[in-house]
Design a protein around this ligand. Structure first.
Ligand SMILES: C[S@@+](CC[C@H](N)C(=O)[O-])C[C@H]1O[C@@H](n2cnc3c(N)ncnc32)[C@H](O)[C@@H]1O
Length: 241
């Protein structure tokens, strides 16, 4: 069956082991931005939280027009800074290296906080969103998050079902209902939505195609564990005006 064209099709040069750190983050980002389109100018600021090598930051900057603060913990900001200069995007992409648990931005600074395949590493605690993320979002702003999860029917069984593949990280695979609960509510939060994303096969296949050694290991568990039990969870939070 023919696939409908996506904006990320024109980012194929980044679908490589050099840039990818898991299932194709550009497909997942593209899908969530199709659901919640953002149109900004360089005056607007977006935070790419857990940006990895910064390819998602590039996509956000080019496709929304915002200035993007590209923040990651494991990747040195100097490395991302070099990449941004190579891409001639140093005006619009600002590399940062801060722990999501202790960020030092101005309050209500960001029109959007976007996080692809990273939020589950640090935010699976009740109150985290309201305490650590919400204060940095402008009134009327939005958070768009995508993380790997477990299908509803297997909720609570991730450690039993995924352990041989995901080991100590198995507990991070949680359902859409879990994430809705964990994001919680707050007087400044207008809407919270969680749902199952659709780019599952494509994002995984293009990760396998990179030939990265971790991708090849993931591929050996795909039919037996990853495909039957897991999904990608989309999360949208809108802050009140
Ligand atoms: C699987 S990688 C995904 C990177 C990128 N978003 C992508 O999809 O290619 C997860 C990222 O989460 C980031 N991360 C993990 N814990 C973090 C924390 N406490 N604060 C900020 N970033 C964190 C890591 O630095 C890592 O780059």
């Amino acid at each position: 069956m023919k696939r409908i064209a996506m904006r990320s099709d024109s980012y194929r040069e980044f679908f490589k082991a050099e840039y990818m750190m898991g299932p194709n983050c550009l497909r997942l980002l593209d899908e969530i931005l199709e659901c919640y389109p953002l149109q900004y100018t360089a005056e607007n600021k977006a935070l790419d939280l857990g940006c990895g090598t910064g390819v998602t930051s590039l996509f956000i900057a080019r496709e929304t027009g915002a200035t993007v603060y590209a923040n990651d913990l494991w990747i040195a900001k100097e490395n991302n800074g070099r990449r941004f200069a190579d891409w001639n995007m140093q005006e619009q992409l600002i590399p940062m290296q801060e722990d999501a648990n202790e960020m030092h931005f101005e309050k209500e600074m960001f029109d959007a906080v976007i996080s692809i395949d990273a939020y589950h590493y640090f935010a699976g605690k009740e109150g985290f969103f309201a305490d650590k993320i919400l204060p940095y979002i402008k009134r009327g702003g939005i958070a768009l998050i995508v993380i790997p999860g477990i299908k509803k029917e297997y909720e609570g069984r991730s450690e039993e079902l995924l352990n041989t593949w995901a080991g100590d990280d198995s507990y991070m695979f949680q359902s859409t209902d879990f994430w809705k609960r964990i994001i919680g509510s707050h007087a400044d939060m207008e809407e919270v939505r969680t749902w199952e994303m659709s780019s599952f096969d494509l994002a995984w296949q293009e990760w396998f195609d990179t030939g990265h050694e971790f991708a090849l290991n993931d591929q050996s568990f795909y039919e037996e564990m990853i495909k039957p039990f897991t999904n990608f969870v989309g999360i949208m939070v809108r802050k009140k005006q």
